[in-house]
Design a binder for this molecule. Structure first.
Ligand code: TTP
Ligand code: MG
Ligand code: MG
Length: 377
């Protein structure tokens, strides 16, 4: 049986903001613009106690928590921390699959012995904190589904191991909305037919449930019973293309608004390109109007680029040729062709080795694990 870990950073964007401004620690903080249309990217655990959550409109969040401190996002910084997080892990573990900006799956089968999974992962959690300053929760299990569900169970600095011996006790009592992969639209339908918990799904044979989940029924039920894919796809480290897109809450009608979104997409793409040591050879724009008509256009560049301002300049040149003053529902920037950026690759490895050495010279842990656990509560 394989040993798969899922590592997810705790309230990631908020952690980054606290590193910028430590006075935010321990306070109800959320990331978002204080505007009519604004939605939150995430919230600190202190804010979550008031029911404030990711993707919540700013106005609702302020109603639930009047003392909420709103911080506008600094995406470039989040990408930088994300990059450090992945670089550290990728150097230790070659079989790593990135799952989002703040989480990944790692096949640890060749690194851990079954009998000391807990100690090993605890040391990893502390080492990650020491080197990158980032706190994470780690989940572990024989497959990706159980690892993912486990990492979500305890935060911050949680460590949870799920396997066939404890799923009935730990996984099955969870509400069906917590099931990874079952969306916000499907969960209420399942509740209507009596599937309130993950255990209910594991045990059901009800045709009504099969109808709601369709051909995915067997798949989800087998996951609920503790089975799932244990294939960690490390090829995500060599992308052939990179893209970012945004859907507007309300259709965008001004050039400035669209330009801001293109800029934010270019930041994401730039950090992703840097992360993978790639440069863009083409830059394309995708525009979708409210009637779902999608237009795309791209240019091939004279020389490969990677910096956000270069990408923005190229993207805007394509955008100006494509945009005809119509309302826009979705905008995207895509790089269909990339080349290696060899120079950066070697610099980066040296940098990381220096950083790890420096942290080792400090002599073991700076804090006891129990103090760390205590710190954020
Ligand atoms: P998550 O890992 O889902 O959330 P989180 O790290 O903030 O909190 P948790 O401790 O529960 O893991 O997402 C990672 C980052 O992605 C999050 O900090 C902000 C961003 N994000 C959004 O911008 N919008 C969203 O709807 C979500 C869910 C996340
Ligand atoms: Mg997270
Ligand atoms: Mg995450």
């Amino acid at each position: 049986m394989k040993i798969i870990a899922h590592i997810d950073l705790n309230a990631f964007f908020v952690q980054c903001e606290i590193l910028r401004d430590p006075s935010l620690r321990g306070k109800p903080v959320a990331i978002g613009h204080d505007s009519r249309r604004g939605v939150l990217s995430t919230a600190s655990y202190e804010a979550r106690k008031f029911g404030v959550n990711s993707a919540m409109p700013v106005s609702t969040a302020k109603r639930k928590c009047p003392q909420l401190i709103l911080v506008p996002g600094h995406y470039e910084i989040y990408q930088q921390y994300s990059h450090e997080f992945f670089s550290y892990l990728k150097n230790r573990y070659p079989i790593l699959e990135m799952a989002s900006i703040d989480e990944c799956y790692i096949d640890m089968t060749d690194h851990i012995k079954e009998e000391n999974i807990n100690d090993y992962l605890f040391d990893l959690q502390m080492a990650l904190y020491r080197v990158t300053n980032l706190k994470c929760s780690i989940g572990c299990g024989p497959n990706k589904f159980l690892a993912k569900m486990a990492s979500d169970m305890r935060k911050p600095l949680g460590l949870t191991i799920l396997d066939s011996s404890n799923i009935e006790q730990l996984l099955w009592p969870l509400s069906i909305d917590k099931f990874f992969g079952i969306g916000v639209k499907t969960a209420p339908k399942l509740k209507e037919v009596g599937i309130l918990t993950i255990g209910d799904l594991a045990r059901t044979n009800d045709p009504k449930v099969k109808k709601i989940l369709g051909s995915s029924f067997e798949y989800y039920q087998s996951e609920a019973k503790g089975f799932g894919s244990d294939f960690v796809d490390a090829s995500s480290w060599d992308p052939k293309s990179v893209s970012a897109e945004r859907t507007f809450q309300e259709d965008a009608t001004s050039y400035e608004e669209l330009k801001d979104m293109i800029q934010s997409c270019c930041f994401d793409i730039s950090s992703e390109l840097k992360h993978y040591h790639k440069k863009a050879v083409t830059v394309g724009i995708k525009l979708r109007t409210p009637d779902f008509v999608t237009k795309s256009k791209r240019v091939t560049l004279i020389k490969p680029i990677q910096e956000p301002h270069e990408l923005l300049q190229a993207a805007l040149s394509v955008f100006d040729k494509t945009y005809k003053d119509q309302p826009i529902r979705l905008i995207g920037v895509s790089i269909d062709k990339v080349v290696e950026d060899e120079e950066k690759k070697s610099d980066e490895n040296e940098e990381l080795i220096k950083k790890i050495n420096a942290s080792l010279e400090e002599g073991g842990l700076l804090m006891k694990g129990s103090d760390l656990h205590h710190e954020d509560k």
